[in-house]
Design a protein around this ligand. Sequence first.
Ligand code: OAD
Length: 238
Amino acid sequence: MKTPVKLTVLTGAGISAESGVPTFRGEEGLWRRFRPEDLATPEAFARDPVLVWSWYVWRRSLVLQASPNPAHLALVRLEQALGEDFLLITQNVDNLHRRAGNTRVVELHGNIFRERCTSCGLKRFSEECYPEEALPPRCPACRGLMRPDVVWFGEALPPEALRQAFGRVEGMGKGDVLLVVGTSGQVYPAAALPLTAHRRGAQVVVVNLEPTPFDSFADEVHHGRAASILPGWVAAFL
Ligand code: OAD
């Protein structure tokens, strides 16, 4: 292994595509079939919490039927080999990285299996795919409305996750590597991480099916499926 190297990974929906979880912006992407303003904003939730919850319950059920793919598993190998020199920053809410076995995970956009009370802030983990008559779920402590603990359009990212992600990347330097997998780079602030790493002197490696805005300054670009490319990339890295 080329030591000492800090390896940071940024993932997006593309890494879960081969597990059967839809991405957001591709041909089959969720934002082709649904309008974010109807389903993924605080206003939408205030207007129709049952509709919003039904969509998240449907997405929960899709993810529960899915399994981590070889790309997720390759990142587990990296964490096992590198320990604290490894950090995984994800925009995904699907929990597949944790299910695969990664523990050093920063979830920038929340987790679809966490719920948060809109009144008292209580959080709980739940894989429940509620039937329509049980929606919206209520807080066990105060009977307030529970919401999915994910980031919606117009909302700030969780401050602790943001601090960890940018702290890590701003602390990178020559010899360190940021591996960027399966993200279109359209959503900020996550999309600012690769350029930040590059400016600090770190190597940026992109693995993505299609070209991304990061390709122009990346040190290595691999166009293809993450599940095909990552296992070999990781084996060569280690
Ligand atoms: P996108 O759907 O915008 O982009 C997915 C990227 O993955 C695209 O560039 C695809 O080309 C690529 N891709 C698809 N299949 C792939 C495969 N098998 N292997 C490698 N790459 C593949 O998803 P994100 O960039 O994650 O935010 O989207 C960012 C955020 O926008 C999401 O977290 C979500 C969304 O709105 C919130 O909900 C807050």
